[in-house]
Design a protein around this ligand. Structure first.
Ligand code: TXE
Length: 492
């Protein structure tokens, strides 16, 4: 089995403990690689390397345009190796090769976009209300950023953090998920090849409990950018608060996908199926609550079940496969646990409802695409994130009730609205409490468009121009051009 050491200060190194842990292929349920098992000592080494790179050496001497060129080069290298990186991710997280290679082909855009933005961040000259002073602002990098990512889209989620952080002039310690560390360790070779100085980008691998708090509580860390569960996000936010570290948190959701009776039904059926069964439901924006207007409920459900039942399960490396395995054993058990909860809560099982035992699923961690109807929005299956191929169907009467149900939840990441009425599309987009609302589409993202959550779905936004400001702080500079330095006891 190939061994993957971590990457600190421009060198691939073993962990301080010398220990390794297994990375599993979810399609076989067997280990396929070994990754260095870091601890607090490794976290400390990496943060100190990132801090040294931030304060001394070549990185702070580079102009913003030079940083932008490095990011461009990195984007080109990711584009060159997209197929290889996508395949590694599929081996590690079991998501479809078509999905992962599609993502990797798109990832370079984040490096190009933020590379282009690097030298367009300008302060301003303030036309002061006071004579004899010149006042201007500078946007300065925060410092060392810890980027903690989840297993569902490892290098995509990383690009959302790394590209703006580097464009801003920060340095970074990456902590990939323990379930999918390999692609970050391959990716960082491209960072080196692009010519980033040592220490600017570091990767510490290991279990969240071993290295997470050592990174997020480290006094030399200025900011934490995180994608993961709301429970871990809350813990990180508490730790960060103790030393006033900045945070960007993306914490998943329980997104409503709302279909009105004036929608183009076949499009909406495709949107509902892609909302929950694409990526085997392991996506923060999964449309896991399907809200159907009662007049179309039965016919819509019939069409949805007919389509979902054709989904081909199997080897995620095969281009034919449409639904792959669950990424890891704890998540597999969690998904099955929620299916049991839904059954006990009285939701009506329409299809699936357990492990997939089809021969093409082999020894992997597969769950049958599952649909529950008759779900009440108060049930746990409607309120809690499952992060798997489990759909809850909820009936509503009219627009008012759709809005009430959509918003009656502590999450607010995404929402879908399917309607042919343009006025309703605008009204719904205004009233739904979510960071993203899709109208007559679902699960679209772009490097240009801000992404993030309302309510418990997170803090801050990734992608889009403003994302770079989440890695900068503003300084106001006052120059005395002739004002008298008078009475020292009054405010000037
Ligand atoms: O998440 P964790 P897990 C949700 C989804 C899933 C659940 C659990 O509901 O079932 O989270 O998944 C690191 N300090 N999402 O266990 O624990 C950890 O090593 C610092 C939604 O994977 O949040 C990993 O790198 N870091 C989500 C990262 O946090 C810590 C995508 C995420 O792990 C840490 C994935 C600590 N104390 C799961 N503990 C989304 N928003 O899309 C762990 N980590």
């Amino acid at each position: 089995m190939q061994k993957y050491p971590m990457y600190i200060d421009g060198r691939f190194v073993d962990s301080a403990s010398g220990q390794w842990f297994d990375s599993f292929n979810p399609y076989t349920g067997k280990p396929w690689a070994q990754v260095a098992q870091g601890n607090a000592e490794d976290a400390d080494r990496a943060v100190k390397a990132a801090h040294k790179a931030f304060t001394t050496g070549p990185w702070p001497q580079l102009t913003a345009s030079q940083r932008g060129m490095l990011l461009h080069r990195l984007g080109d290298l990711v584009a060159r190796d997209a197929n290889k990186l996508g395949e590694l991710e599929t081996r590690d997280n079991g998501k479809l090769i078509a999905e992962m290679q599609g993502q990797l082909n798109y990832v370079p855009q984040w490096y190009y976009y933020f590379g282009g933005l690097a030298d367009k961040i300008q302060g301003s000259v303030i036309p002061l209300d006071k004579k004899g002073y010149f006042n201007f602002t500078r946007h300065e990098p925060l410092g060392v950023v810890v980027a903690i990512t989840a297993w569902n889209s490892p290098l995509l989620l990383l690009a959302w953090k790394l590209a703006p952080a580097l464009a801003a002039g920060c340095t970074v310690v990456i902590k990939p998920s323990e379930f999918t560390s390999v692609s970050a360790l391959e990716f960082v070779k491209l960072v080196e090849e692009a010519g980033f100085p040592p220490g600017v980008v570091n990767v510490v691998t290991g279990f969240g409990k071993d290295v997470g708090p050592a990174l997020t509580g480290h006094p030399l860390v200025a900011k934490i950018a995180f994608t993961g569960s709301d429970a871990t996000g809350r813990a990180i936010n508490e730790t960060a608060a103790k030393s006033f570290k900045r945070v960007t948190l993306e914490l998943g959701g329980k997104s409503p996908n709302i279909v009105f009776d004036d929608a183009k039904i076949d499009d909406a059926v495709n949107g509902a199926v892609s909302g929950i069964f694409a990526a085997t439901g392991q996506t923060c924006i999964a449309g896991s609550r399907l809200l159907l207007q009662e007049s179309i409920h039965d016919v819509f459900l019939e069409k949805l079940l007919a389509l979902a039942k054709t989904a081909r399960m199997g080897d995620p490396l095969s281009k034919e496969t449409q639904v792959g395995p669950i990424t890891n054993m704890p998540q597999y058990e969690k998904v099955l646990g929620y299916i049991d909860i839904a059954k006990k809560e009285g939701a009506q099982l329409m299809m699936g409802g357990g492990p997939a035992t089809r021969p093409e699923c082999g020894t992997g961690w597969f769950v049958e695409p599952t649909v529950f109807s008759g779900v009440n929005n108060k049930m746990r299956i409607a309120q809690e994130e499952v992060f798997g191929p489990v759909l809850s169907v909820i009936k509503f009467k009219d627009e008012e009730e759709a809005v009430a149900i959509a918003n009656d939840i502590r999450f607010g990441l995404g929402a879908g609205v399917w309607t042919s009425d343009i006025g309703r599309a605008f009204r719904m987009s205004e009233r739904i409490q979510a960071g993203t609302v899709w109208v007559n589409t679902y699960r679209a993202v772009s490097y240009m468009s801000p992404f993030g959550g309302y309510k418990d779905s997170g803090i801050g936004r990734e992608s889009g121009i403003d994302a770079i400001h989440q890695y900068l702080q503003v300084k106001s500079v006052w120059i005395n051009t002739g004002a008298a330095t008078g009475n020292p006891f009054v405010l000037r």
